[in-house]
Design a protein around this ligand. Structure first.
Ligand code: AMP
Ligand code: GLY
Length: 414
């Protein structure tokens, strides 16, 4: 088979690394490659959904797999389906589960799926008035896609007004902030379940714990994720069962509302004293969750995806390695705010042979590997214990260097 993978971060490098191990695959193309991906896939420079469609048609691509949310929310799957091409992911209508917070909240409430209480607003003055209906802290969310930056947790009314000003008056998210959701703040710990979802079933992958804050001890700004471990030691058996039950209810509700699709549903939960509640959906694989989940998957990923697309997937199709997997993301200094790129990366040739380095933001120029993003490399290993995985990853990171390199030293310390 010929496979096309959209997206060029660490998640896509992990997908391509795993796809390359499939006995079903002859050739992989990547839009648009990076310093690591280019060693196992052919990079193609396509800049919009129409160019992607033309490429898939002209090159007899058998299956397209989409990493990031934007092409899905812009209707890439609709375009492929109209042209009878195989693609893994939701159409534009179902992608609203990630693309619109209000759409998701309405879906959850309508289907009695536990979630925080909320109201939505389309103008500044009613949002300002609405603040009085909530206790503090409260959470303000821009409705649309804001690269993970659209959520404000406000401890008092002053902070809430500042956030409303930023969204409605300064328009920092442009049109994506034309609507907002205000919701109650949920206390607890977070857990994510990334699931294969088909028109008749939902099958969770192994759970992972993402480290979202830039600073050690979980302080500072939110990021896309700067470290990850799988399995998630915080999840006990009962909680996992509860999450699986909610996931099943979500799948049934998608089916009932004609929103079911063949792809990934990433469910973000807050585990509260009253039980698990849904915080958000993503309709794609997580990053860096993919970098720790796929190394643990023994089964052939392409076979698993094809079964999901044929509505034949079941838990028995997934075999897992028992080991822990840990990844620490090496970042450009300054991330998630301003950072510099084009710094030479050295030391990758000195790593232990069972270390897996997924490239998030790199490029190869005249044989020199350079930084090319805020998140640069995900240094990953499997080991029998979390402690051992931590030690191996940090020993190896000490051999890597680039100007301004920053990473959290507490990934895997729970
Ligand atoms: P979201 O994009 O909706 O998942 O929000 C991003 C992050 O904001 C989540 O991972 C949580 O850490 C936090 N968050 C979102 N909604 C709430 C809430 N209702 N209560 C507490 N924290 C929240
Ligand atoms: N790591 C969280 C996400 O991919 O959205």
């Amino acid at each position: 088979m010929k496979i096309l993978v959209i997206g060029n971060g660490g998640r896509e490098h992990a997908l391509i690394w795993k796809i390359a191990q499939s006995k079903l695959v002859d050739k992989i193309f990547s839009v648009t490659g990076n310093g690591g991906i280019n060693k196992i896939a052919e990079s193609v420079n396509l800049t919009n959904n129409f160019e992607i469609l033309d490429f898939a048609k002209n090159n007899n691509i058998d299956l397209t797999i989409v990493g990031p949310e934007n092409p899905l929310c812009e209707g890439l799957v609709d375009l492929f389906e109209e042209n009878k091409l195989k693609i893994f992911g939701p159409n534009k209508k179902s992608a609203q589960l990630e693309g619109s917070k209000e759409f998701t909240k309405e879906f959850l409430i309508r289907n009695n799926i536990p979630t925080a209480k909320y109201f939505s607003y389309t103008d500044y003055n009613s949002a300002l008035k609405g603040l009085d209906d909530f206790k503090y802290p409260l959470v303000i969310k821009a409705d649309g896609l804001c690269k993970g930056k659209g959520v404000f947790i406000c401890k008092d009314k002053d902070e809430a007004i500042i956030s409303l000003n930023k969204i409605f008056l300064d328009k920092i998210f442009g049109e994506e902030g034309n609507k907002i959701v205000i919701e109650e703040f949920l206390q607890g710990f977070e857990a994510s379940l990334i699931c294969l979802v088909s028109k008749n079933n939902i099958v969770p992958l192994e759970p992972a714990k993402d480290y979202k804050k830039i600073g050690e001890g979980d302080i500072g700004e939110n990021t896309g994720g700067v470290g990850c471990i799988s399995p998630n030691p915080l999840l006990d058996e009962n909680t996992e069962k509860e999450l699986n039950t909610i996931a099943k209810k979500i799948q049934k509700s998608l089916e009932k509302e004609d929103l079911a699709y063949n792809g990934i549903l990433f469910i973000g939960f807050m585990i509260t004293e009253e039980g698990a509640k849904v915080l958000e959906f993503n309709v794609r694989f997580g990053d860096p969750e993919t970098e720790v989940i796929l190394p643990r998957l023994k089964s052939d990923l392409v076979d698993v995806i094809l079964k999901t697309m044929n509505n034949e997937i079941s838990e028995d199709d997934l075999q897992w390695r028992e080991e822990y997997c840990l990844t620490t993301v090496l970042c450009s200094g300054g991330y998630p705010d301003k950072y510099e790129t084009n710094k030479e990366i050295v030391g990758l040739d000195k790593l232990d042979k069972d270390i897996i380095v997924f490239h998030n933001g790199t490029k190869l120029e005249k044989e020199v590997l350079l930084t090319n993003g805020g998140r640069v490399l995900s240094v990953t290993t499997l080991a029998d214990s979390l402690e051992e995985a931590r030690n191996i990853v940090y020993e190896n990171i000490a051999r890597i260097d680039f100007d301004g390199m920053y990473y959290r030293k507490d990934i895997g310390k729970i």
